[in-house]
Design a protein around this ligand. Structure first.
Ligand code: NAD
Length: 326
């Protein structure tokens, strides 16, 4: 149902080859107390000076690994950003208002956090001459005409969140073209793994919670909608490749290049949690995107990225981490 199986030796050899050495840098991670940002901090903290800028609105202090400095503050505050970026040569911009629903309720807030604050951050990075790797999103594509979706395909975001991520993505590319800043926007598809923000109603989280509660797992609609679920370790791999590539100023999709239906996801969660929870269906979510799957040829060919964690493996690990398997 997803990536081809590889044996452990292949996988670890692959990981070692693909993960580039990022060391002796001064690194700022905005949103580094959150899900993806804290995994990045963990990967970098040993060999770099790592600073995290986070207002802890969605993240948590104890997600920040020992050895990284936490600056508690808001990315909308230019002075805070300037202080946090002082002397940085590499920035990973992960902080965002991540809830699509909240962006619909309060588009101005989404615009200020997700778009306007990014322009301030890029401006500051120009002064520091720092490379910036930014979290863009598959949400910029809206309802794709066909899947898999390639970077040049049409973009018609359906929410303020998607519009603001498209703005971020455009600014990142234009800051490279206009000012020579080294930027790499990464368009994440559906990321999952440990420490995912529980307030962000990601379907993997919801199904695990429902399985833990004894069910039922509720599928919105007929369950035939598809998503490309990418494990956070592979998202870290993509970020480290983006930190070291000479292919700057261009966007890359980050997914697995495969997809599963939401029904298949629900069945796998039931299986890996050894649950006897039922799977039921509720009304479809209005405007739900039917199919989403990343074309990962560009990042594969140009950065050497290769997804290493199959969905089943990632979900099994998550079940173990949550104490939901034998
Ligand atoms: P997360 O909520 O776990 O992390 C975001 C972090 O940003 C949180 O720690 C939060 O406290 C912080 N933050 C929010 N507003 C802030 C502000 N104004 N100032 C400072 N810090 C602030 O979310 P995540 O899943 O780790 O997402 C990381 C990035 O990846 C986000 O930009 C998100 O839009 C993007 N993204 C995530 C996914 C996914 O599936 N998780 C998919 C596409 C894109």
């Amino acid at each position: 149902m997803n990536d081809a199986d590889t044996d452990d030796s292949d996988r670890s050899a692959g990981r070692a080859d693909r993960t580039p050495d990022v060391s002796n840098r001064t690194v700022l991670i905005t949103g580094g107390a959150g899900f993806i940002g804290s995994h990045l901090a963990e990967a970098l903290v040993e060999d770099n000076e790592v600073r995290v800028l986070d207002d802890l609105s969605g993240g948590a202090r104890d997600h920040v690994p020992a050895g990284a400095d936490l600056v508690e503050g808001d990315i909308r505050d230019s002075e805070t950003v300037a202080d946090a970026m002082d002397g940085a040569d590499l920035v990973f911009h992960e902080a965002a208002l991540v809830s699509v629903e909240e962006s619909v309720e309060d588009p101005q807030r989404s615009n200020r956090i997700n778009a306007a604050a990014t322009v301030d951050l890029l401006e500051r990075a120009r002064e520091e001459d720092a490379r910036v790797v930014l979290a863009s999103s598959a949400a910029i594509y809206g309802h794709p005409d066909s899947v898999p979706v390639a970077e040049a395909d049409s973009k018609d975001p359906t929410s303020p969140y998607g519009i603001d991520k498209l703005t971020l993505d455009h600014y990142a590319r234009r800051y490279h073209d206009l000012y020579g800043l080294e930027t790499v926007p990464l368009r994440y598809f559906n990321v999952y793994g440990p420490r995912q923000n529980p307030e962000y109603s990601a379907v993997v989280n919801v199904f695990f919670q429902q399985a833990a509660d004894g069910g039922p797992l509720t599928i919105e609609g007929d369950g035939g909608q598809t998503r490309d679920f990418v494990h956070v370790r592979d998202v870290v791999q993509a970020n480290l490749l983006a930190a070291t590539t000479d292919r700057v100023g261009q966007p890359f999709n980050v997914g697995t290049g495969t997809s599963v239906t939401i029904s298949e996801l629900a069945e796998t969660v039931v299986e890996v949690t050894d649950s006897d929870a039922e799977i039921t269906h509720v009304d479809p979510r209005p405007g739900d995107i039917r199919h989403s799957e990343a074309d990962v040829s560009a990042i594969r060919e140009e950065l050497g990225y290769e997804p290493t964690v199959s969905l089943e493996e990632g979900l099994r690990e998550l079940a173990e981490a949550k104490g939901l398997s034998d």
